[in-house]
Write a protein that binds this ligand. Structure first.
Ligand code: NAD
Length: 642
């Protein structure tokens, strides 16, 4: 059983995109009407947006905040605040602007509304670090804790990638140290682990696309969680070292956190193995300290104190300062140990993880991912990085052997070699693995009120012969005659004229014309054009169920997994209408075989329709002896976006 004390800090949090629009409301909610607006230097555009929302509530502005909150800057801002009798502070910017707001609040007891634009987390802590005569001191008080935090994801979109990375790692550091704090509690643990996992996922996505709104949102949410951890439990070696390096050697805040974190973790790892295991799990790496280092390298973040401008001759003094006053830390602080840690951080060496295949594999994966760093197209970079990560994870999780990998390469080689202009084995492979249907779902299911799409399949041949409405496309092949009478409309049921409609299907034995070399010309495939009433009519024959070509690698795969190769009977359609999105789909014969086990996973309920048995006179007077079938259907096409 765990015994703990948990104290929550009372702040109000408004989170979302565009929440800056609610800042005036939040000021009034505090009963205030005279705003001193603090805006980070170089954030003119963002400040203008806040000013616009606050309007007449703003009585003065100050944009001189500086890192580590120098007391001289606070004094100047305090003069402005006093002169205009402000009754609330609204601060928009990073940790430096928040620091100035806190310094003013602790001197005046005024309430604060903070709009963070970085991931520092200061906005939810009751802690203030200030510098006087080059020395940084820290104090804590309930008066320092901001009353309201408005997190607006939109305000973080402009944060340049290098700052995003270092600020994100700064947040990670709060979460990491919260997990081994002596006063840790289960609530904070969960917040810390959630923050670590989110940051570990969001940063690589932002490296590929810094404007990815979902990743930005995840990162800002994680920054709040991590800041809350920082506010709730005591920090250890890592924060003390960064405090010393920033306060006494003038090193930049977030960059210093980024360089030191893997080394501080490696130092503490032997004394906190369970914490490191949980961090490694949250990050999805085999070893937490070296995994953290690899993550930073893959994000092109800083890795050495030397590159941040620290002189090697200052290392000994930094080590002395760091061990001068004792504080809780999982591993005892020794002068030699800290000197070694700082020397490694100064050189930027990778902290050694336990020697293991997993660690070597993780290094290899990151090396390959890092090789995509200069890919000009961000989408290509995202896809390649994720593909490599997943393939490596697949190989590792299944302990794939040499022979198995050789077989896989041989399988893909044969899949390519069997392809011809009329046989597409790769499409078959994609279809039978359900990937074509998955991509189709993602691409097309986002359009409501339209006819569902279905996969193109391997038998489409571009540019079929244009055929008049009412023609017979069966080329005289034997089968149950089928009269097709379908309509093409928009989503408001208005008929679409001049829609180009390609149709194709198998014969009675389940073969397409391209599979029958003796057949002359395109048969059971045609291009028709809708008339003014949006109608398409033609004669064909009832399609049959059929096996996909099973004499190649895909057939072997189906055999190996005990699956049949059959497709449910269907008729293919492709629609191109001016001003509308292309629709590729299939209509399945209700009651046909294999509807519930179609080998390419193409059947959707809305596409299973009656090919209704008929007898007697036909719609166009054509003479048919015996049974014929009739297909009536209305296709609804989505308008082109924009
Ligand atoms: P910062 O506030 O100094 O900002 C870094 C740079 O980023 C600045 O140049 C700023 O103008 C720019 N910037 C910020 N947001 C931007 C945006 N959206 N778009 C473009 N540029 C943007 O740096 P920081 O890392 O956020 O904060 C560091 C300070 O915060 C340090 O003084 C540190 O001690 C303090 N801090 C305090 C606590 C606490 O709990 N007391 C916690 C974390 C950090």
């Amino acid at each position: 059983m765990r015994t703990f004390v948990y104290t929550s800090r009372p702040s109000r949090v408004v989170f979302g995109a565009g929440t800056v629009g609610r800042v005036a409301e939040e000021v009034e909610r505090l009963g205030c009407s005279r705003v001193l607006l603090l805006a980070g230097p170089s954030l003119a555009g963002i400040a203008a947006r806040v000013r616009e929302v606050l309007g007449d509530l703003v009585v003065a502005e100050f944009d001189g905040a500086a890192m580590h909150t120098p007391v001289e800057v606070t004094a100047r801002a305090l003069d402005v605040l006093t002169e205009v009798s402000a009754d609330v502070i609204v601060a928009v910017g990073g940790g430096s602007t928040t620091g100035l707001s806190k310094a003013l609040a602790v001197r005046t007891d005024l309430p604060q509304v903070i709009l963070p634009t970085t991931y520092a987390g200061s906005e939810v802590t009751p802690v203030l670090g200030e510098t006087r005569d080059g020395r940084k001191t820290t104090r804590s008080s309930p008066a320092i804790l901001p009353e309201t935090v408005v997190y607006d994801v939109d305000l973080t979109l402009s944060l340049p990638l290098p700052l995003t990375v270092t600020s994100g790692i700064n947040a990670l550091a709060h979460a990491v140290e919260a997990l081994y704090a002596p006063d840790a509690d289960p609530v904070t643990d969960q917040q810390a682990l959630d923050a670590i996992a989110r940051i570990g996922r969001a940063l690589p996505r932002l490296a590929a696309d810094p404007a990815d709104p979902e990743a930005r949102s995840d990162l800002l949410y994680a920054a709040w969680l991590a800041g809350t951890c920082l506010a709730t439990v005591g920090m250890g070696l890592h924060h003390k070292l960064c405090h010393t390096l920033g306060g006494s050697f003038g090193l930049p805040h977030a960059e210093t956190h980024t360089v030191v974190l893997p080394h501080a973790m490696a130092y503490n790892a032997p004394a906190a193995p369970e914490t490191m295991r949980r961090i490694a799990e949250a990050l999805g790496v085999p070893d937490a300290p070296s995994g953290m280092y690899d993550l930073i390298v893959s994000l092109a973040g800083p890795t050495s104190l030397r590159d941040l401008g620290m002189a090697e001759s200052d290392l000994a003094r930094a080590a002395d300062l760091a061990v001068a006053t004792p504080y809780p830390n999982p591993r005892e602080l020794t002068a030699d140990g800290i000197a070694g840690l700082l020397a490694g951080a100064w050189r930027g060496s990778r902290p050694e993880g336990p020697p293991s295949t997993e660690a070597a594999l993780a290094r290899l994966t990151e090396e390959v991912v890092a090789s995509f760093a200069r890919t000009p197209d961000p989408r290509v970079r995202t896809l390649m990085s994720d593909l490599v990560r997943r393939l490596h994870a697949f190989v590792a999780a299944n302990d794939v052997t040499d022979a198995e990998w050789q077989y896989a390469i041989d399988f893909l080689t044969r899949t390519g070699q069997i392809c011809t202009p009329t046989r597409q084995e790769f499409v078959l492979l994609s279809d039978t693995l359900g990937i074509s249907s998955a991509v189709d779902l993602l691409t097309n299911s986002r359009t409501p009120h339209t006819t569902p799409s279905a996969v193109l399949g391997p038998f489409y041949v571009a540019g079929p012969p244009e055929t008049p409405l009412g023609s017979d496309i069966s080329g005289g092949l034997h089968g149950t005659p089928l009269w097709v009478d379908v309509r093409v409309t928009d989503t408001d049921a208005r008929p679409l004229k001049d829609a180009v409609v390609d149709v194709w299907q198998s014969n009675e034995d389940g073969f397409y014309d391209v599979q029958l070399p003796d057949l002359d010309g395109p048969v059971l495939r045609a291009r028709l054009r809708s008339g003014g009433d949006g109608r398409i009519t033609f004669w064909s024959i009832l399609p049959a169920h059929y096996p996909i070509p099973a004499d190649g690698p895909v057939g072997q795969m189906l055999d190996a997994v005990g699956r049949h190769p059959y497709r449910a009977p269907h008729l293919h359609f492709m629609f191109d209408a001016p001003g509308h999105r292309r629709l590729v789909t299939q209509l399945f014969v209700a009651g046909g075989a294999y509807l519930d086990s179609d080998t390419v996973f193409g059947v959707k309920d809305a596409l299973v329709v009656g090919f209704t048995p008929q007898s007697g006179p036909t719609p166009d007077g054509r003479r048919v002896d015996g049974e014929w079938r009739r297909l009536d259907y209305t296709f609804r096409l989505a308008p082109l976006a924009g």
